[in-house]
Design a protein around this ligand. Structure first.
Ligand SMILES: [Zn+2]
Length: 182
């Protein structure tokens, strides 16, 4: 039998085998340098050329004057912000369906209300965005990137035009269906 004979070509254990014997099987596969890399994660100033959101100190916010200032500063990186990425990837958080003969008669006011709510929601969350607004005369269909913005739009319509508002949170999902009619 071959028992007891040296295995050809494997006389010395490899460095990994020695290390594994010292630290155990699981730790072996973690990269020890990882924890030091964390401190190096300083993305600097990021700017989204599409929606003009700014990230400084890893926090995104909206400030149009600051955007104009940063546009020409060297070292500032231009990237697509998470809000614009959600729109690109069609990751929606809410759907708003508005229906009323009033909409056709007051289209400008209705659209103004929708964009105004987006502006206000973006002040606290730059990723709260309108992904699409479809005008069908007496009906408007809106997709938003966050549930909160969809809810805000529905409530703004009830406040301004009265009527019926229905909010439906989808169970186990970050998604809301909002229906307003009058
Ligand atoms: Zn953006």
């Amino acid at each position: 039998m071959l028992h007891g004979l040296p295995i050809p070509g494997r006389i010395q254990p490899t460095a990994r085998e020695v290390y594994r014997a010292q630290v155990g099987n699981h730790l072996d596969w973690r990269f020890p340098m990882r924890k030091y890399e964390k401190g190096l994660d300083r993305p600097g100033i990021l700017v989204c050329p599409r929606c003009h959101a700014i990230s400084e100190q890893k926090r995104w916010y909206i400030d149009e004057a600051r955007y104009r200032e940063l546009r020409t500063v060297p070292g500032v990186r231009f990237i697509t912000c998470p809000g614009c990425q959600r729109i690109d990837r069609q990751l929606y958080g809410g759907e708003v369906h508005l229906r009323s003969p009033l909409l056709a008669a007051n289209k400008e006011q209705a659209l103004g209300l929708i964009y105004h709510e987006e502006d206000r929601a973006r002040q606290s969350n730059p990723f709260a965005r309108l992904a699409s607004v479809v005008d069908r005369g007496e009906e408007l269909e809106i997709l938003t990137t966050t549930p909160f913005l969809a809810e805000r739009i529905g409530k703004a319509f009830r406040k301004t035009f009265k009527g019926e508002l229905e909010l439906e949170h989808l169970p186990y999902e970050k998604f809301i269906r909002v229906r307003w009619s009058r």
